[in-house]
Design a binder for this molecule. Structure first.
Ligand SMILES: Cc1ncc(COP(=O)(O)O)c(C=O)c1O
Length: 385
């Protein structure tokens, strides 16, 4: 873990901040790209996971495309130098001005998530004198066996169009003048650690693709989304996620002929390379005897624990104490849910000590807010220390 190795150099720095291990990001990208190349898979980075310009620069250098969830994400990707022809754009609630902007950019595909969106997109494309490539985001009704807050592919989810609805309206969709359906897309959820879920995903995709073809769609590509999980419990044991296994599973179970297969990984690309470094401000014991460590960051820097009950492994990187204590680690925000974890065993920790919240590279800095008028967290990179 980087922060422990460079703790002396971090000690004098103003906290909190995100620390990015650029060597680990490089290793992760090398692994993802070389494993994907074995099967000719196309990789997009889900930019929502982290917009940091230095991270984006490295990701672009490795040739990945981008997966976006808003017009501003499309703009951010293009400004960071990504080729629009490698950008896909999903989202259940694309606004008209976002769609107009996306139509003008000539993206690889707009992934549509409702019948009404298809109608609106077609009308806006006709207005612009264009025909846009669309992938239908299908809701496959799969339980991804992850935290319920981040599953997206079960029947009742707001994401994607039900497969039955697509078949029922296939004639209407195919004659829409402003769009051409060329792909099928799905994304069933995030932080998937039970990899056999990807087998079910393939089985569903095989059936869906076959039936969409029978319904008259000519599908030229299949986009199976992202979702590969990382090891939040013991990140040191698995700093680079298991791209080899997920690609091998997809390769042996997916039957989509020679159509290119696209992936949209976010967490698996940037999750492990980032840590949130924060300083202990105060010790306090509640009337019930609970020992609190109050640190100088909060849900405004890293909202995942408060938002989803997500776990981040926490360590004290500067304490030399032998004796350990169990702490509840809370932040500075004026919210009771602003708590990073409970019962955390740490060396006895005192004001000024530095803590790291590990595996915070994905959905950490990108979800930061200015609630309580906190400053947005800054980035520190390993190669600039
Ligand atoms: C459509 C889509 N694709 C890809 C991703 C990236 O998921 P992950 O970070 O789990 O790889 C998301 C995440 O929310 C998504 O909504």
């Amino acid at each position: 873990m980087l922060s422990r190795k460079v703790a002396d150099r971090l000690a004098g720095m103003q906290t909190p901040f995100y620390l990015y291990d650029m060597d680990l990001l490089r290793l992760t990208l090398e692994s993802a790209v070389s494993m994907a190349a074995r099967y000719g898979y196309q990789l997009h980075y889900a930019i929502k996971a982290n917009y940091d310009p230095r991270l984006l620069e490295m990701i672009r250098q490795y040739g990945l495309g981008i997966d976006c969830a808003s017009g501003n994400e499309v703009r951010c990707a293009i400004e960071a130098g990504f080729d629009p022809a490698k950008i896909v754009y999903a989202g259940v609630g694309k606004k008209d001005d976002e769609l107009r902007y996306a139509i003008d950019q000539g993206l690889f595909a707009i992934n549509c998530e409702s019948l009404e969106e298809l109608d609106v997109l077609s009308a806006l494309a006709v207005e612009a004198g264009k025909k846009v490539t669309v992938a239908l985001r299908v809701n496959p009704d799969i339980d991804p066996k992850t935290n319920h807050c981040i599953d997206t592919g079960q029947a009742d989810s707001k994401f994607g169009i039900s497969y039955e609805e697509i078949l029922e309206h296939s004639g209407h969709i195919r004659q829409l003048p402003g769009i051409c359906v060329r792909g099928m897309h799905l994304h069933i959820g995030s932080q998937i650690r039970e990899l056999h879920v990807f087998e079910y995903l393939c089985e569903k995709v095989n059936v869906i693709v076959e039936n969409l073809e029978k319904a008259g769609f000519q599908l030229e590509f299949v986009d199976v989304g992202g979702g590969l999980g990382i090891n939040y419990d013991m990140p040191e044991n698995e700093p680079v996620p298991n791209f080899a296994s997920v690609f091998a599973i997809i390769n042996s179970h997916l039957r989509v002929g020679d159509r290119p297969v696209h992936f949209e990984f976010g967490r698996a690309i940037v999750g492990e390379c980032g840590e949130l470094i924060t300083r202990v401000l105060y010790n306090k014991t509640t009337a019930t005897g609970r020992k609190l460590l109050i640190v100088d960051s909060s849900m405004t820097e890293l909202i995942r624990p408060a938002l989803y009950g997500a776990y981040h492994n926490i360590e004290n990187i500067t304490s030399k104490e032998e004796k350990r204590e169990k702490y509840t680690i809370v932040g500075t925000a004026c919210e009771s849910t602003d708590k990073f974890d409970e019962n955390v065993s740490l060396p006895v920790s005192k004001r000024g000590d530095l803590l790291t919240l590990k595996s915070a590279g994905a959905y950490g800095q990108s979800m930061a807010s200015r609630y309580n008028l906190h400053d947005l967290p800054r980035s520190v990179y390993s190669d600039e220390l």
